[in-house]
Write a protein that binds this ligand. Structure first.
Ligand code: SAM
Length: 307
């Protein structure tokens, strides 16, 4: 019998697979680290809060799991303010080919013990999982995604396990998953009755094929991932999280500043607007766990995520 999860895994990570061959988002779709440096700036504000909560230790980690082309790691490394930069160790983790980035350690396995901030940016959506059509008898679906006859779904259990493992590697600090996804209330209401499995190639959505020629992905049940990893966590929108970290992006008033400065500030404002757009990147979920650090010391109370 055909096992779609195994086909998906082989197509992305088998010999000759899409990511094994070194495909990166920049070639096929846009992710927030490719928009500009602003996501890294916001994550440095978050890292600074983690660092402060940990009492400014001798070493502070930033770990980028599923680093792809390494753009986020490179930006964090180069934009870190001096008080962090001299103690900062940036580690990019990816199963694809290693890349050489100044000041960034590249590895294929997350470090065993992280003290600082671990981030999985659009990582969990790239983890293959069972694709099913209802009705079906599965404990994960029974808890997280009630599927009626003829409806399709993805069983998020492999993502739950991957995220719980990543969070367990944080000895002290925080772990953040950023992804597109859904929550139980909307799944149960049938909003994703066709499932969310999809394929992308060369900047376009295409018909999924399991031959390694395209990225294969599905939305992430971030609420299930949060529950699987346990501990204290917040699940909020990227739009709200970025504002809470200081990225709101109002451009300076024209006429009062040098035109070149005004243009640069307008460009920055438009990148921030893209990162915060409702229905776009702003509707991504931020799943933030504190480990030995209360989440309330990292983000203020924000409305629960409802993409
Ligand atoms: C959609 S890309 C995201 C890349 C980057 N974080 C970004 O947002 O631009 C997902 C990446 O996760 C990597 N990946 C998938 N499973 C992994 C694993 N178990 N460990 C490390 N990397 C993994 C893939 O190779 C791929 O580069």
């Amino acid at each position: 019998m055909v096992d779609p999860e195994a086909l998906w895994r082989e197509a992305l990570y088998g010999p000759g697979g899409f990511f094994t061959r070194g495909a990166v988002p920049a070639d096929h779709f846009c992710t927030a680290p490719l928009v500009g440096p602003e996501l890294a700036e916001a994550l440095l504000v978050l890292l600074d809060r983690v660092d402060s909560a940990l009492g400014r230790p001798d070493r502070i980690d930033f770990v980028d799991v599923g680093a792809g082309g390494g753009e986020l790691s490179a930006s964090v490394r180069s934009l870190a303010p001096p008080h962090l930069a001299r103690r900062l160790v940036v580690t990019a983790v990816d199963v694809g080919p290693a890349r050489s980035l100044p000041g960034v350690v590249w590895t294929s396995e997350p470090p065993r013990s992280v003290r600082g901030l671990l981030v999985g940016h659009e990582w969990l959506d790239a983890i293959p999982c069972p694709l099913v059509e209802g009705p079906c008898d599965d404990p994960w679906l029974a808890r997280w995604w009630p599927v009626r006859a003829g409806e399709r779904a993805e069983v998020g259990e492999p993502r739950d396990r991957a995220w719980a493992d990543a969070v367990s590697r944080v000895a002290a600090g925080a772990a953040l998953a950023v992804d597109y996804g859904h929550v139980l209330a909307d799944r149960a209401a049938g909003r994703y009755a066709a499932g969310t499995f999809a394929a992308y190639r060369g900047g376009r959505r295409v018909e999924p094929v399991f031959d390694g020629s395209c990225d294969l992905t599905a939305h992430v049940a971030l609420d299930a991932c949060g529950a699987a990893a346990g501990g204290g966590f917040a699940l909020v929108s990227q739009r709200d999280a970025l504002a809470a970290l200081g990225l709101t992006g109002a451009p300076g008033a024209a006429g009062r500043v040098d035109p070149a400065d005004w243009l640069a500030s307008a460009e920055r404002a438009s990148r921030i607007a893209e990162l915060r757009a409702v229905g776009g990147l702003g509707s991504f979920g931020w799943l933030l766990h504190g480990v030995g650090v209360p989440v309330s010391s990292l983000l203020p109370p924000l409305p629960p995520w409802r993409p």
